[in-house]
Design a protein around this ligand. Structure first.
Ligand SMILES: Nc1ncnc2c1ncn2[C@@H]1O[C@H](COP(=O)(O)OP(=O)(O)OP(=O)(O)O)[C@@H](O)[C@H]1O
Ligand SMILES: O=C(O)c1ccc[n+]([C@@H]2O[C@H](COP(=O)([O-])O)[C@@H](O)[C@H]2O)c1
Length: 199
């Protein structure tokens, strides 16, 4: 069984995450996704809201995809811990692929006990506009034991930051926009979005 593990800050989840999930679902037996904290970032919304938005993102995908699940109990800021939980949930001998965007390649060597982590997973890097995959970053991760594959998909040119900082609703799907309005999240951005709509 081939399992894709995809953790996200989901602050908020974007159309970019959705596209990656769709792509993974066509290639892996099971796609586990969860909202998590990232110790290298601050988050603007509670983990509970971020997990709820992630569930909505998946529930509202065009085609019903029966092999994607929000496995929120896997969530930990230490991905090593997430993998340990995954191994309890599925078999020890399942093949685990950790999915990250190319923007994380430079951060990865600073992750918690990264060598232990890289021993237990394959790494799939999704190219992201603006974050070229350079040889030296690849080599650094390979030296730590990383078994790296590059996805044939290039991610959309969107980000959660683009929404948080500029109110870029192009990055979001309609159900996430509705949830943000209903729950009064990201207040400044919401005001910006409304102002743009009126002018
Ligand atoms: N458009 C994208 N293309 C490729 N990878 C992506 C894309 N969006 C997110 N990812 C990857 O998905 C994972 C979760 O991303 P994250 O939730 O941090 O989104 P983000 O848009 O990068 O957020 P932020 O702008 O807050 O940093 C990371 O591995 C990230 O590299
Ligand atoms: O294990 C770590 O040390 C570690 C450090 C930074 C990020 N992560 C995880 O990487 C995933 C992607 O993070 P982000 O913020 O880019 O969405 C998410 O599951 C984080 O918990 C994990």
């Amino acid at each position: 069984m081939r399992i894709a593990l995809f953790g996200t800050s989901a602050d908020p989840p974007t159309a970019g995450h959705q596209e990656i999930l769709r792509w993974l679902s066509e290639r892996y037996d099971w796609v586990a996704v969860w909202a998590a904290d990232n110790p290298f970032k601050s988050h603007q919304t509670s983990l509970e809201h971020r997990a709820a938005m992630l569930r909505l993102l998946i529930a509202n995908m065009d085609a019903p995809l029966h092999n994607i699940a929000v496995e929120q109990e896997l969530s930990s800021w230490k991905t090593l811990e997430t993998v340990a939980k995954a191994k309890v949930q599925w078999r020890e001998d399942a093949e685990y692929t950790l999915v990250v965007g190319s923007d994380l390649l430079n951060q990865l060597p600073r992750w918690y006990r990264v060598e232990d982590l890289l021993q237990q997973v394959q790494l799939l890097v999704v190219p992201r506009p603006g974050y070229a995959i350079d040889e030296s970053s690849l080599e650094a991760v390979q030296k730590l034991g990383g078994k790296i594959a590059i996805a044939s998909l290039t991610g959309l040119d969107v980000s959660s930051t683009a929404y948080r900082e500029r109110g870029d609703t192009e990055a979001l799907t309609p159900s996430i926009i509705a949830y943000i309005h209903r729950e009064h999240l990201y207040k400044c951005q919401d005001a910006t979005t409304k102002r743009f709509q009126f002018h």
